[in-house]
Design a protein around this ligand. Structure first.
Ligand SMILES: [Cu+2]
Length: 147
């Protein structure tokens, strides 16, 4: 084996490891909504200078409750806007506001404050078989009126 071949292999390994590290880092910044015994997926999003977390993974077709906990009274964050759904909600300062809906299609959907300075993403994915096994009542709960 020549030295240059060895170098190429080494460089490829370094590049592959770096890419893997970047992918893992990107993944860990996403927060998965937790599946609860009522058949909902739920997550708290704290608003204080930004949305935390700002990337939320939801499973398609499972009723969702997002709890926006607004820990500030900056006027800008009193509305959260889901432009893809033509929907918005008022979020009173220093309170938790729950927003309920069913994500019906996969994809990435932005949510922002009134002027778009705070940005978050809903990442809707197909539920895994394991997700569905934890959600025996999810399907029967679908007729609930969720806007
Ligand atoms: Cu803003």
């Amino acid at each position: 084996m020549t030295t240059s071949l060895l170098l190429v292999i080494l460089a490829s390994v370094v590049v592959a490891m770096t890419l893997l590290a970047i992918m893992l880092a990107a993944r860990t910044r996403r927060s998965y909504a937790r599946l609860d015994s009522e058949g909902f997926q739920e997550l708290e999003i704290v608003i204080k200078g930004k949305y935390r977390p700002d990337s939320v993974v939801l499973r398609r077709g499972i009723p969702t409750r997002l709890h926006f906990i607004r820990q500030e009274d900056t006027p800008c964050s009193e509305r959260v806007i889901f432009s893809d759904f033509h929907d918005e909600s008022l979020l009173p300062a220093f309170q938790s506001t729950s927003i309920c809906f069913i994500p019906t299609r996969c994809g990435e959907f932005l949510f922002t404050c009134a002027f778009g300075m705070y940005q978050g993403r809903l990442v809707v994915v197909e539920p895994s078989r394991r997700d569905l096994s934890k959600m025996p009542r999810a399907k029967s709960q679908l007729p609930l009126s969720l806007s």
